[in-house]
Design a protein around this ligand. Structure first.
Ligand code: BGC
Length: 765
């Protein structure tokens, strides 16, 4: 046993070493004296009504109406919200996305009224979750789960840069992303919105996204960048029921070590705002949790950014969570916990009630001033006082081919090759291909939620210029070689799980004339609670389709197009090849065709554990006892981890061989820099990219250690026959864990380190 331990005070590189009582060594965002002076001056001139208005965000739905397909703003309602209630922020799209010209008109009007009535600009916010995804004609990137699968932070950065540019082209300065929840439960309908189940992957890729979206100077976000709202702080991805917005119970150690880490990394990358988790953690709704919002986030990280609620979540404290008796008490709880802005979104009673609470002394004036400072600081940092509008003509690259190419590369790097028996892929030219399955000819399926509309269900109306899988395969392999017979289809624009009566026989007949079957199955688009499920198995119709097609004896290339890993253990053996394209969006069909033809070499890895069985849901960093099979004597533990594919799994058309794994030292302390090197040789005959991952295992610890933890990763391109020496650096303190008292702890003892099939031991002294 290790015989002593010490508490780390230093901050580790990514998974930081702060405990509840720790203070950040320096402010997360250095304050700019000029901005602070401007904030104080504006604040000093504001009435209580104006201050409370700045803390209020309402939805656009209550400020206009549709005339046919044309959204029309009701100017009197805008005047009322901003003129009378002094509202400082507006969000959302009216049901569907709008053209950049329309956004210019909508937000332009709001800014005109705000500057005239308040002299303070409005901060408009949209869910630009994978590109400017509420803007028609913008460049849509693969969803975040794909970016996680790429294990390439540069893609997140590049996507961020383009998303910010196209958002500003639409006059929108603020977005509610990146999402860095950890998808610890495959049932959860929001698995695809973040970068997967691991804290480090979410931290590294989330931080890259923040820098891409906001730029490098959070005090001066230029007209080609936008403010982020990192979400959903925190513990959202571990619901006990697997359903959206339901309670999570997470030990303090895991909360700090895993859930907090990505938010900390994003804050250190300059994130200006953070959105709070709708649900409760350990019995306390996060919106009412002062410890998490004020102590850990604002004070712990010395962060002067702004905290916004999620949708109607102050109201949910009394309507859903049962921790407040009425709306007024709910507001009191949330504002005192540290909420700065409420996403109301449908009425303005918040303003009246918060003013009453201040007058009654239930919310202090100091708390109001603190919140309003944070709102104003955001607006100054965004340059909105000087430049409330960013005209479309300043953004000539909106929707350009240059941007489309970046999105196509991102899709290619994010589609995961999971099986390739006898090298059936890439497909030979000239083969007759049957394209089948409900996901074969749908842009909605490729995109997923947050695409043109919240549920993504209208996407096929707005995506004529992009290629479905079927269209992309026709373009690549020649229309004459390709037949479409879907066998199973979804109800157009219906709920995600709604399927039409299957016509499997038709697909089976069509298979007679084919050399290979491309079976495109998975899920239709959904988002949040409407995506809840009670059965993780893939739909029965779809599994029956594969089983029937398998009887033809024709080889099956199975394409999984799904937001979360649906169980396929009965049909996986029937496929010769499998690619999980996840949700690759508008260029995902083209990217897949490139992979099928061998014009692109797959390099993605699963960002989560793909379960094999309904009752065996686990994460890669499980405890060793979860894999204890038998022991001598009467007991048979029968605890075996059985997964379809592990976290980090993914094939390439080439092969890589690892050797010569070394560490700069065999003994270390908290401050030691550990430099690992490993040689990776491309032993195949084509260039390929490999994700080199460094794992650790704490051999003996005072708290049950995980079987392994990802500590660093790096994606490298290697030419055939060449060897790359890959360097991965961590600090000794990165191997610490959080003890039951919430303290970062590094104990002496052995750690087994692993890269590929190579291992070595190092010892903490
Ligand atoms: C979602 C958030 C989103 C917000 C605004 C909520 O329902 O949980 O992720 O940013 O709506 O659209």
């Amino acid at each position: 046993m290790k015989n002593f331990r010490f508490i780390l005070l230093a901050m580790a590189a990514c998974l930081g070493a702060v405990s509840c009582s720790d203070k950040a060594v320096k402010p997360a965002i250095p304050s700019d004296p000029q901005i602070e002076r401007a904030v104080e001056k504006t604040l000093s001139q504001m009435t209580l009504e104006e201050k409370v208005g700045q803390m209020t965000e309402i939805g656009i739905d209550i400020l206009g109406h549709y005339e046919g397909d044309n959204w029309v703003m009701d100017v009197d309602k805008v005047e009322n919200a901003i003129g009378r209630y002094k509202v400082g922020s507006i969000l959302n799209t009216p049901v569907v996305g709008q053209t950049p010209e329309k956004w210019q008109e909508i937000i332009g009007l709001i800014q005109e009224v705000s500057m005239r009535e308040l002299g303070i600009p409005c901060v408009y916010g949209l869910d630009m979750n994978h590109g400017a995804s509420y803007v028609m004609g913008a460049t849509y990137f693969p969803q975040n789960i794909n970016i996680g699968a790429s294990f390439n932070p540069q893609l997140a950065y590049d996507a961020g840069v383009i998303t910010a540019y196209e958002s500003r082209a639409s006059n929108c300065p603020w977005t509610y992303c990146p999402t860095v929840d950890l998808s610890r439960d495959p049932r959860w309908p929001r698995v695809w919105e973040n970068y997967g189940e691991d804290a480090l992957v979410n931290a590294v890729i989330g931080a890259a996204s923040v820098r891409g979206l906001q730029g490098e100077d959070p005090n001066h976000v230029g007209p080609e960048n936008i403010a982020v709202s990192v979400k959903h702080y925190m513990g959202y991805g571990h619901p006990r029921t697997g359903k959206d917005r339901t309670p999570a119970y997470i030990p303090e150690s895991e909360l700090r070590e895993k859930c907090f880490a990505p938010f900390k990394a994003c804050v250190e990358a300059g994130a200006l705002t953070i959105m709070v988790n709708s649900a409760s953690v350990n019995g306390v709704p996060v919106h009412a949790n002062k410890e998490l919002i004020t102590d850990w986030l604002k004070e712990g990280l010395d962060w002067d950014g702004m905290v916004v609620t999620d949708w109607s979540d102050i109201n949910n404290l009394y309507t859903r969570e049962g921790v407040a008796t009425d709306k007024k008490q709910a507001i009191e709880m949330a504002i005192n916990a540290g909420i700065d802005m409420t996403m109301e979104p449908y009425d303005l009673e918040f303003c009246t009630l918060l003013i009453e609470l201040v007058k009654e002394g239930r919310v202090s004036k100091a708390r109001i001033d603190d919140a309003v400072r944070r709102v104003l600081r955001l607006k100054y940092r965004l340059g909105l006082f000087e430049t409330p509008n960013t005209p479309l003509e300043n953004y000539p690259k909106f929707g350009s081919e240059e941007f489309a190419q970046v999105a196509t590369r991102a899709a290619e790097e994010s589609e995961v090759l999971l099986k390739n028996v006898d090298g059936i892929l890439p497909l030979k030219k000239g083969l007759k291909i049957l394209v089948t399955g409900p996901n074969a000819n749908s842009m909605r399926c490729l995109n997923g939620g947050w695409s043109y509309s919240w549920q993504g269900h209208l996407a096929d109306r707005y995506t004529q210029q992009y290629n479905t899988i079927y269209e992309a395969v026709c373009n690549k392999f020649g229309k004459n070689n390709v037949v479409l017979e879907q066998g199973v289809t979804y109800v157009a624009e219906g709920g995600y799980e709604e399927e039409n009566a299957p016509q499997i026989e038709k697909a089976v007949r069509a298979a007679a004339g084919a050399d290979v079957i491309l079976a495109c199955i998975g899920e239709n688009s959904y988002c949040e609670t409407p995506g809840n499920l009670s059965d993780l198995a893939l739909s029965e119709n779809q599994r029956n389709l594969i089983k029937a097609l398998a009887k033809t004896g024709k080889p099956i290339v199975m394409i999984l197009n799904e937001g979360r890993p649906r169980i396929i253990n009965d049909i996986e053996p029937l496929a010769d090849a499998i690619i999980d394209i996840l949700l690759p969006s508008n260029y995902g069909g083209d990217a897949l065709a490139n992979i099928l033809a061998g014009d692109a070499n797959p390099s993605a890895k699963l960002p989560y554990t793909y379960p094999r069985h309904q009752a065996a849901l686990t994460n890669y960093d499980y405890r060793i006892s979860e894999e204890t099979d038998t022991m001598p004597g009467a007991y048979d533990y029968n605890a075996v981890v059985s997964v379809q594919w592990p976290f980090g799994y993914g094939l390439s058309y080439t092969t890589f061989e690892y050797s010569n794994f070394q560490c700069s030292t065999t003994e270390f302390g908290a401050d030691t820099e550990l430099v690992f090197t490993v040689d990776v040789k491309n032993t195949g005959d084509r260039a390929g990219k490999e994700v080199v991952m460094l794992y650790s295992r704490d051999m003996v610890a005072s708290m049950v250690p995980e079987n392994r933890r990802l500590r660093a990763f790096e994606k490298v391109e290697i030419q055939p026959g060449e060897t790359a020496t890959v360097t991965l650096k961590i600090k000794g303190s990165d191997l610490a864990f959080v003890n039951p008292q919430g303290e970062w702890t590094l104990e002496p003892g052995d750690f087994r380190m692993q890269a590929g099939n190579q291992t070595l031991m190092i010892t903490c002294k």
